[in-house]
Ligand binder design. Structure first.
Ligand SMILES: Cc1cc2nc3c(=O)[nH]c(=O)nc-3n(C[C@H](O)[C@H](O)[C@H](O)COP(=O)(O)OP(=O)(O)OC[C@H]3O[C@@H](n4cnc5c(N)ncnc54)[C@H](O)[C@@H]3O)c2cc1C
Length: 489
């Protein structure tokens, strides 16, 4: 046997698993197809421009949270910043600068003309009770399954707090707004629709309330900008793995995973690895292709959930240094018509690098990563040319929205690249270019399968298709949970 565990893929799911396994003393090999780690949360270089490939705003950096713990424990040279505002929402005449605290956000919403102050405060009381309960579980890996006796005892002691979740389990966020008579409070509604789309991957009417209320904390739970791009954290983690003795193999795609007695054999571009345990940081469809002999109802069920989801259309823009923008890195969330779905260029998340990151672009210019959701069902029936035209039209709408809502940026664009679901498929190997995880549409099914379980003996899946999924931090926590289960034997 070469190692105890082979991890396939150095996205944040794979990194979370590999870090936890190596910290636990396991001999780990990590093979990544690309020459840099991070997957959808990476930073890539083209013609001297360093762009975030997908994810741009990250939680988990408060003291004691997972990324902070790794930075501290492994002395990682990763610099992070709290931004204020964290995000600026622009929709029609609405301008909402979201500060990095819940109290600050409540104050700004209450200061809007004719704001229903008492009802807003009551809504955020409900939100706080749910979010504080669920985040306490995410911040402490012991509190998520698999549980030991100590964890069960701790859950028993805090059982009274779980009462805050009960009224909302299986119900959409819209029900919480209705309970607080805020259905027609447009600024809150637009803010939540935009936030839910980028976090739980669906709007207020459909989003599972408990997840959506927790995701409402997205801008203030250890949320930071990573100086130089999230690739800095991904690379620091692969360096830490190498220092812990892991065999880190970049540009080494896995081509097949097969069983030989009680050992898994991973054939890669550069050779072969044998281990009792394999952790695959790929979509379930890709794992089924890598390991065709594995017949698992769980893989089939997860694949179906992934296919309810989204692809992304991207603009990677270079903006002249002289553009009249805030000096520090910042994020704009732009919405066109608030009565239409927040997808297909009607909602664009725009992230701009800081002037203090001159290494990101030639001549100290700024990089911009802009993304919007693409419904994959819209692409399904089209041939490749028609898919290209469809995505190009979405990208045209994205640019038109940026010109309308952020002219100070649009007027100074000096460089432009695009990406589509096919680009994600090509670079990150994601099946058909599905990204962003499984949409959390309301229903109790969201709480099924949250126990980390193998898809075959010794073969585990991690990443944004498995619980808790859906963000860089959540996939890392998911990887950590699977690794803890493996270490527990
Ligand atoms: C446009 C966009 C914007 C987003 N914005 C945010 C955000 O602001 N904040 C946030 O927290 N999250 C955001 N997300 C979500 C977040 O990026 C993802 O949920 C998370 O990064 C997914 O990680 P993963 O480990 O599941 O998979 P991936 O990131 O896809 O990683 C999988 C890795 O495996 C590698 N791989 C694939 N096949 C093989 C193989 N056969 N052999 C070896 N290696 C292989 C890939 O190259 C890749 O590096 C965004 C996502 C997108 C697409």
């Amino acid at each position: 046997m070469d190692v105890d565990c082979v991890v396939v893929g150095a996205g944040f799911g794979g990194l979370g698993a590999a870090m936890t396994l190596a910290e636990g003393g396991a001999r780990v090999a990590l093979c990544e197809a690309l020459k840099y780690p991070g997957g959808c949360a990476s930073t890539f270089t083209r013609q001297g421009w360093r762009f975030e490939s997908g994810a741009t705003l990250f939680s988990g950096f408060d003291p004691g949270q997972l990324f902070d713990r790794w930075i501290t424990a492994h002395s990682l040279a990763v610099e992070t910043r709290v931004l204020d505002p964290m995000v600026e929402l622009r929709a029609g005449d609405l301008r909402l600068a979201v500060p990095p605290s819940r109290e600050g956000l409540i104050a700004r919403l209450c200061a809007l003309p004719a704001a229903p102050v008492e009802r807003l405060r009551a809504f955020f009381d409900t939100q706080r009770a749910v979010a504080d309960t669920l985040w306490a579980l995410f911040d402490d890996p012991e509190m998520l399954p698999p549980f030991d006796l100590r964890a069960l005892g701790r859950h028993a002691l805090r059982a009274h707090r779980y009462a805050a979740l009960l009224p909302w389990l299986g119900r959409p966020l819209a029900a919480v707004l209705a309970r607080h008579e805020l259905t027609h409070c447009e600024p809150l509604r637009v803010y939540l629709d935009a936030l839910c789309q980028i976090t739980v991957q669906t709007g207020v009417d459909e989003a599972e309330a408990c997840f959506a209320l927790s995701a409402t904390d997205y801008c203030f739970r250890g949320t930071r900008h990573v100086h130089g791009g999230i690739g800095a954290l991904a690379s620091a983690l692969t360096d830490a793995l190498a220092r812990m003795g892991a065999d880190v193999r970049m540009s080494d795609a896995a081509r097949s995973i097969t069983r030989d007695g009680d050992v898994w054999v991973v054939r890669t571009r550069k050779g072969e690895l044998r281990a009792r345990t394999v952790v695959a940081n790929v979509l379930p469809q890709s794992l089924a292709a890598l390991a065709p002999a594995v017949r698992s109802p769980r893989l089939a069920a997860l694949s179906a959930r992934v296919e309810e989801g989204w692809g992304a259309a991207m603009l990677y823009l270079g903006v002249a240094r002289e553009a009249p923008l805030r000096a520090h890195a910042h994020h704009l969330e732009l919405v066109g018509d608030v009565s239409k779905p927040f997808v297909e260029g009607n909602h664009v998340f725009v992230s701009v690098s800081g002037l203090d990151e001159p290494e990101r672009a030639p001549g100290g210019a700024r990089t911009v990563t802009a993304s919007t959701h693409v419904p994959m069902r819209a692409l399904a029936g089209l041939d490749l040319d028609a898919q290209g035209r469809y995505v190009a039209e979405v990208q045209r709408r994205m640019m038109a929205l940026i010109e309308a809502q952020a002219p100070e940026l649009a007027r100074h664009v000096v460089h432009r690249m695009t990406a589509s679901p096919r680009t994600f498929e090509r670079f990150t190997g994601r099946f058909r270019g599905y990204v962003g995880g499984v949409p959390r549409r309301a229903g109790l099914h969201n709480y099924e399968g949250i126990w980390p379980a193998p898809v075959a003996p010794g073969l585990y899946l991690v990443g944004d298709s498995v619980f808790p999924g859906q963000s860089t931090l959540a996939t890392a926590i998911g990887g950590q949970r699977v690794a803890r289960r493996i270490l527990a034997g």
